[in-house]
Design a protein around this ligand. Structure first.
Ligand SMILES: C[S@@+](CC[C@H](N)C(=O)[O-])C[C@H]1O[C@@H](n2cnc3c(N)ncnc32)[C@H](O)[C@@H]1O
Length: 285
């Protein structure tokens, strides 16, 4: 069977299984098996696949048909141009979060004075903390996560990407493990924000493969925003900022929550598809 035959057949198969963008998924899996950039497949449509290559591809396509995320199958994803390893212990980093990373390192670049100190609350794979550290070469980024298993992944990512010295990991529940003596220049977070009862309605790739701890934002999805609004200020410098990602449609409630808790909401930033996704607030006036 040739590359083109395999692409066509597997695309039909994944499409019947309800997988989104089936052709792209097949091409990415095939490129992974053949260890070539996806675009190079187009120059190799007539290449015949060997039996071992076909066997490997079949098993990967089967996993994708069972709705295992592509990123878990290939073992990594790209985040702000950095390769972040992922598995079932961490949320697969999403493109919207790249925008949060960009806002974070752009803010740090405006700061004068001693090297900045940042907190990434709920670090998961470490994607945000690592990207911010690598783009802000003097900054120290503390991270916290309640999942020890996630921190194993995050630590390995930081080491592999050369950020091991400036990204520090704290295992535990929220601010309880953060040194109260540190005043951060910036707190970033993409906390769990799905209302508990909505988790069953999510796509299987998310519902069955992202850790529940990374999704569940409590009954109304806002539990972690309340916690950050109540406790975040004590950990920030007076001129510091809080940058938070949130889910579609949550911006009104979250802005109100922070304003009512005495924060100044500076702006709500839209993602590339025009939806409000990131809140930037400062401790007060
Ligand atoms: C939505 S994921 C975000 C992961 C990563 N920052 C990203 O953007 O891809 C939220 C993370 O918060 C962590 N988390 C959940 N409850 C927590 C808590 N009480 N304290 C600290 N981290 C928590 C989860 O384990 C998960 O890794």
């Amino acid at each position: 069977m040739t590359v083109l035959d395999v692409i066509q057949r597997s695309t039909d198969f994944l499409s019947r299984k309800g997988v989104e963008s089936p052709r792209l998924q097949v091409e990415l899996l095939l490129a992974h098996v053949l260890q070539m950039p996806r675009m190079k497949l187009y120059l190799n449509f007539d290449r015949a696949l060997s039996e071992p290559e076909l066997d490997t591809l079949r098993s990967l396509i089967k996993r994708r048909a069972e709705r295992e995320p592509l990123q878990h199958i290939v073992g990594s994803t790209s985040f702000c141009g950095f390769e972040i390893a992922v598995n079932r212990d961490v949320l697969v980093p999403r493109p919207e979060t790249e925008l949060l990373a960009e806002l974070a390192w752009s803010f740090l670049a405006t700061l004068a004075g001693p090297p900045a100190t940042v907190l990434d609350f709920g670090t998961g794979s470490g994607c945000l903390a690592i990207a911010v550290a690598l783009k802000s070469p003097a900054a120290t980024v503390h991270t916290v996560d309640i999942s020890e298993a996630a921190l194993v992944v995050a630590r390995a990512n930081a080491l592999r990407l050369g950020a091991g010295e400036r990204v520090l990991f704290h295992a535990g529940d929220g601010f309880s493990v953060i040194d109260p003596g540190i005043a951060f220049d910036l707190i970033v977070s993409n906390p769990p924000y799905i209302p508990s009862a909505e988790i069953v309605t999510l796509e299987p790739e998310v519902r069955d493969f992202d850790p529940r701890l990374a999704l569940d934002g409590g009954a109304d999805g806002l539990e972690f925003y309340r916690l950050l609004a109540a406790q975040g200020r004590a950990h920030l410098k007076p001129a510091g900022k809080l940058m938070l990602e949130f889910g579609e449609g949550q911006h009104g409630e979250i802005s109100a929550l922070f304003t009512n808790a005495g924060w100044t909401v500076e702006t709500v930033v839209k993602d590339y598809s025009g939806r409000e996704r990131i809140l930037i607030a400062r401790p007060g006036d």
